[in-house]
Design a protein around this ligand. Sequence first.
Ligand SMILES: Cc1ncc(COP(=O)(O)O)c(C=O)c1O
Length: 350
Amino acid sequence: MIKKLVRKNIEKLKPYSCARMEYSGEGLFMDANENPLQSVKIGLKVGLNRYPDPYAMDLRKSLSNYLRVPAKNIFVSSGSDEIIDLLMRIFLNENDEIVIFEPTYGMYRASAEAANAKVKVCLLNADFQIDFRALPRYISKKTKMIFICRPNNPTGNLISEDDVISVCKMFDGIVVVDEAYIEFSSAKSVSRLSPLIQNLVVLRTFSKAWGLAGIRVGYAITSAEIINYLNKVKLPYNVSAVSQYIATLALKEPNQMIKLRDKIVSEREKLKNILEKMGFKVFPSEANFLLIKSEYSDKIFEKLIEEYRIIIRRFKNKPLVEDCFRISIGTPQQNSLLLKSIKKIVYGTN
Ligand SMILES: Cc1ncc(COP(=O)(O)O)c(C=O)c1O
């Protein structure tokens, strides 16, 4: 089933074979034109003069333990954005289509359009849930992929596991479930379903709850068949040795992530209460941000930058959220500075 969705040239492609793919065990490496010495010492237990493991085996084993999913079903990337782009390259011919549920994360559209594919937009309903009555109208013979973001960016709500399963059942292309924010949510990841549902690709990341956006590590949990294609098209050394090392280190202390996550979730709820008391419509959030609807959105956005150097996000051209702004949850001090500034802008006082 997957094979018939893959672009013909990718199916036939003989991937570039790099030195560390051929042999990665112990030995004296004189094959890859690396330097035997390293110019900068960084105090990390990771050799930087050698190319990194192209298949990130140690990190995938740690992820396998953490997720309770076999390592053969895990693909590691330079941020989950890389996987979005690789999927477009594997599956989309010119004029093929993807379906997205707007308002949602902008990279699905950007990557699909870069691949010269068409983007069909099925609007979320008023509760920001999938409109199952409308969806079939957006699926055609050319539809290769459907993207579901759970929790959804920028609305912050969750799409249920049952709805994900329904989409996988009604559509025999690839269903990509982007769970970048799942750790902040009250729901379980659907990653455990990936090895069982052939057309499901779940995306996760170290950029959000783990607080490691700077190392650029994301991962996909999916069928071994799709992983095979991802390996075929990725750049040989897509994740640096430092990034693999730090992500593996982070997984040794999942409680650190849970502590960070709990602090953010508690700050999120505090901020939501205060903003509601100030009279704003704040949407429920299962992520590390809040979406706020206000007639003053533009003024708040502009004045926050001009007068306070606080940068938030607004969505002038996004359907359903044109008059909204989104704030990422910060530390208690940052959040209170933000609140004070908003009060001054809206009421002229704090
Ligand atoms: C829904 C969603 N998916 C993916 C990403 C990108 O994550 P990464 O840093 O792993 O590339 C983001 C970043 O904001 C996001 O909001």
